[in-house]
Design a protein around this ligand. Structure first.
Ligand SMILES: Cc1cc2nc3c(=O)[nH]c(=O)nc-3n(C[C@H](O)[C@H](O)[C@H](O)COP(=O)(O)OP(=O)(O)OC[C@H]3O[C@@H](n4cnc5c(N)ncnc54)[C@H](O)[C@@H]3O)c2cc1C
Length: 477
């Protein structure tokens, strides 16, 4: 292809995933335009326009995608995170139990969503070949011609643009995905869970020297597991914690007055009341929205060489594995990898470019869908683990055994959480290995059980000698 040809990509959605994708495409030398529905979040007045969570858990997959860019983003991000080395369970009556995430001190990282997004937006905007247009809402797109039709909300005008590739990073309720459904035979599955979430806050406390400090241990993800619902808290760099209460909509609906709220908290989360402050709790609970949670799977993600969806637009998961953004960042890294693998930018002419791009996007979709579906299912399952299983004795014993086996055979036995959060092992491979390991554990436990019962039986019969059968059994065995 002649050297002067520059490929043009339109990225719909300037959230975390879309902005990272813009940087990756710009790094390849493509001309990038990002269309974002909202106002620029870096302006103070617009910062609270989003209802999304305030902080997020960033783990290895997300960090890896930032690191592979090689622009120093990874280091900058690590400077502004708070590492969390385990779960801190707030069991009945405020008793605390720490459960480390990994046997080798692995941590997930709490990061401010707005700070991360602003960093990505600043980095993208510094690149000469990236243009970010805020308040631009995609209304319609035609993949075959590469045409997008948008509304500019700042002046009500209509905007048209034609590009080589349309990337939909426009979140769970994606317009690009809706348009894609008209062009491909897309399988689509969506499930709302009966639970909602509401964010609350634990402010910093002041120590004897007047210095502000965290009200709880900041290096843990705090969980108040209450079986059918739960509350969690992640630390922020300003020494506060953002708590998220996850509960069925009906339970939220049953709390109508401040008295209802206080008796509910007295009953289920008494230790959190002095930390939040009674008035702060009341204000936040009644002011903050109760957000729904949805899980979305679909396939394929692309239409020929013309369009593709990534991030929540392609696979939206409930937030209980802390993987939504991490998985979206991994999408971007992998998509870039597939473009490299199929030599898309080395094509000699437009036909070769189109062919190799088509092959790259097809291969990406095929590989990614299996993994995205796997993590969507794991995220759903992890809700039960977090709100209920974590306090059950069998769960705790199993975790200890898994931890011990991982410490002894670090390559051959890896706990599921470690594979998902602290490795780049494919999500589907992690599930496969976890099931296989589970099978071996069950066989080992059953063998131990059978041996113990046989031994016990032998001893009983050996010393009681009550039946002919017992004598036969002993002499025969
Ligand atoms: C309570 C909660 C906690 C979470 N915690 C974690 C966590 O700890 N770790 C983790 O990894 N993930 C977490 N997630 C998931 C994470 O927030 C998402 O996976 C991530 O934000 C997805 O990024 P995205 O860019 O794909 O989508 P979004 O963040 O939704 O961004 C999409 C963007 O597209 C824009 N847009 C939408 N429609 C249009 C249109 N028609 N035209 C133009 N622009 C449009 C939107 O304005 C938005 O800015 C959590 C989610 C929730 C709800």
């Amino acid at each position: 292809m002649t050297e002067t040809v520059v490929h043009r990509v339109a990225i719909v959605g300037g959230g975390l995933v879309g902005t990272l994708a813009a940087i990756y495409f710009a790094n390849r030398g493509w001309q990038v335009t990002v269309f974002e529905l909202r106002k620029d979040p870096r302006h103070e007045d617009n910062a609270l326009l989003s209802n999304r969570s305030i902080n997020l858990a960033l783990s290895v997959r997300g960090l890896n995608a930032l690191k592979k860019l090689g622009l120093g983003l990874h280091e900058q991000v690590l400077d502004s995170v708070i590492p969390m080395k385990g779960r801190m369970l707030h069991v009945d009556r405020g008793r605390l139990v720490s459960q480390p995430y990994g046997v080798f001190g692995e941590c997930i990282n709490s990061i401010d969503r707005a700070q991360l997004l602003n960093l990505l937006l600043n980095t993208a905007e510094e690149l000469a070949n990236v243009k970010i247009l805020f308040e631009h809402q995609l209304k319609y797109c035609d993949f075959d011609s590469g045409m997008l039709l948008l509304e500019n909300h700042s002046n009500g005008s209509e905007v048209r643009q034609t590009v080589d590739l349309i990337v939909g990073a426009d979140g769970a309720y994606s317009t690009v995905r809706n348009q894609l459904m008209r062009s491909v035979r897309m399988n689509f599955q969506q499930e709302y869970i009966p639970h909602a979430y509401c964010e609350l806050n634990i402010p910093p406390v002041t120590d004897a020297n007047g210095r502000s400090k965290f009200a709880m241990d900041p290096n843990h993800l705090h969980i108040w597991p209450r079986h059918s619902f739960m509350m969690i808290a992640l630390p922020n760099t300003n020494k506060s914690f953002t708590c998220t209460l996850f509960m069925p909509f009906e339970e939220f609906g049953a709390i109508k007055t401040e008295n209802d709220l206080m008796s509910f908290f007295q009953k289920h989360f008494p230790d959190s009341i002095p930390l939040m402050g009674e008035q702060n709790l009341k204000d936040e609970y009644f002011r903050n929205p109760k957000g729904p949670m949805v899980s979305i799977k679909c396939t394929p993600y692309n239409y020929k060489d013309r369009g593709i969806i990534i991030g929540d637009a392609a696979h939206c998961m409930v937030p209980f594995y802390g993987q939504g953004m991490n998985c979206g960042f991994e999408d971007v890294f992998l998509l870039n990898d597939f473009l490299d693998k199929y030599n898309v930018d080395d094509a000699k002419d437009i036909n070769e470019f189109r062919e190799s791009l088509n092959r790259a996007l097809d291969a990406y979709t095929e590989r990614r869908h299996t993994d995205a579906a796997a993590i969507c299912d794991l995220a759903m399952r992890n809700y039960i683990e977090m709100r209920s299983d974590v306090v059950k004795p069998l769960y705790i014993i199993r975790k200890r055994i898994e931890g011990a086996l991982h410490a002894i055979f670090p390559k051959y036995f890896i706990p599921l959480y470690t594979m998902v959060s602290f490795s780049n092992i494919r999500y589907s491979e992690a599930v496969y290995r976890w099931k296989r390991q589970g099978l071996w554990l069950t066989i080992a436990a059953a063998t131990c059980g059978v041996c113990s019962i046989t031994n016990l039986l032998y001893l009983v019969l050996r010393y009681s000698r009550i039946t002919r059968f017992s004598r036969w059994f002993i002499s025969d065995s």
